[in-house]
Design a protein around this ligand. Structure first.
Ligand code: AHM
Ligand code: MG
Length: 335
């Protein structure tokens, strides 16, 4: 029997990046080479995550990171893996990780080393031991040729999110999915574990402009600024109409659902974390870039996330992230 439809092409993430780079006549292939290193690292991390109960990689290292949080063994393995994969690509100049106090300078500015890669190697790691979805988040910027040498490398890394040239995440969930943007839409790939390649599954993903789901750790509600509390009260009224609460406690997984289904993710200032918990440079910025590229929005309650000029490397920010109209709705209570 003849099939009426053409067979769908199989496109890997590597092919996709190379093809999209062809649109830029000056592209050197450098950028694809860099993203290839990230792809490789996330495959190694996913292999560790999938075998976590079998290999001796569960539990803590007994150490704390720069933010005073306990470092899990898988955090350390993921961080080392990304640094080892990226560090050998000669276009990577500086790496910034949630796990390291200072930026890692891989090579000096010059012909090579023109990119800064910022990442959270394993987000949601407190969920590792209980088999809940976790993820890797990355953001890529270019080094600034005008930065005075004496201030480098820190000042080179403190750029607003709108300077990102690419961003992405991988969610290690019931399947492993990578999403990335280079400012030309958001594209999603699923890892086929049988042959170890990320295959294109959704091109040009658009976030629904509305979605009746909010995602927040409501246990802290009494310590949120009043506007957030009023929003949460409103969301439960008849007038709001059947909102559901969904909170996994892994940013990547909560964001992935919000991107596909619509809704809003909130991490407001709390009594314990007056600046919010999430980090601007390698958590909020990349997801805000992806959200905007998919038609969504991201704010800290006062301004657009991508316009924020960071003062410190591990700076935290309140975060309102998701469908355009849902973010606007929260802001109407918070402003
Ligand atoms: P981590 O980077 O140390 O894993 O912390 C970030 C995680 C996010 O994935 C998640 O959104 C948040 O912490 C959950 O925090 P809480 O447990 O306070 O709700
Ligand atoms: Mg994190």
């Amino acid at each position: 029997m003849e099939s009426s439809s053409e067979p769908k092409p199989i496109i890997t993430v590597g092919q996709h990046i190379q093809e999209s780079q062809r649109a830029y006549p000056t592209a050197t292939g450098d950028f694809s080479w860099l993203l290839d290193a990230i792809t490789l690292a996330t495959k190694i991390i996913e292999s560790n995550v999938r075998q976590a109960g079998i290999r001796d990689v569960l539990g803590g290292t007994g150490l704390s990171n720069v933010q005073g949080e306990l470092v899990q063994k898988l955090d350390r393995i993921s961080n080392d893996t990304i640094v080892r994969c990226l560090g050998y690509r000669d276009n990577v100049g500086i790496m910034v990780s949630e796990e390291d106090d200072e930026p890692i300078v891989a090579r000096d500015m010059g012909e090579r080393g023109k990119y800064i890669v910022l990442f959270d190697p394993l987000d949601g790691s407190s969920n590792i031991d209980v088999n809940v979805s976790i993820g890797t988040i990355f953001s890529i910027m270019q080094r600034r040729a005008d930065t005075p040498k004496s201030n480098a490398p820190l000042s080179e890394c403190l750029q607003p999110g709108m300077n990102q040239v690419a961003a992405g995440y991988v969610v290690y969930g019931s399947s492993t999915v990578m999403a990335y943007t280079t400012g030309d839409g958001v594209h999603m790939f699923t890892l086929d574990p049988s042959f170890g390649a990320y295959v294109l599954t959704r091109e040009n993903v658009k976030m629904p402009p509305e979605g009746k789901m909010y995602s927040v750790n409501e246990a802290y509600r009494s310590t949120f600024p009043e506007g957030y509390q009023r929003y949460l009260e409103w969301a439960k009224t008849k007038e709001a109409g059947n909102y559901s609460l969904r909170y996994i406690g892994s940013l990547v997984a909560d964001f992935h659902r919000t991107l596909l289904r619509g809704g809003v993710f909130l991490y407001p200032p709390t009594g314990q974390q007056p600046q919010g918990k999430l980090r601007l440079l390698y958590e909020a910025n990349p997801l805000a870039f992806i959200a905007e590229q998919a038609g969504g929005a991201a704010s800290d309650g006062q301004m657009r996330i991508l316009d924020k000029c960071p003062d410190t490397l591990h700076q935290r920010t309140p975060l309102i992230l998701g469908s355009k109209h849902e973010v606007e709705r929260v802001l109407s209570f918070v402003d």
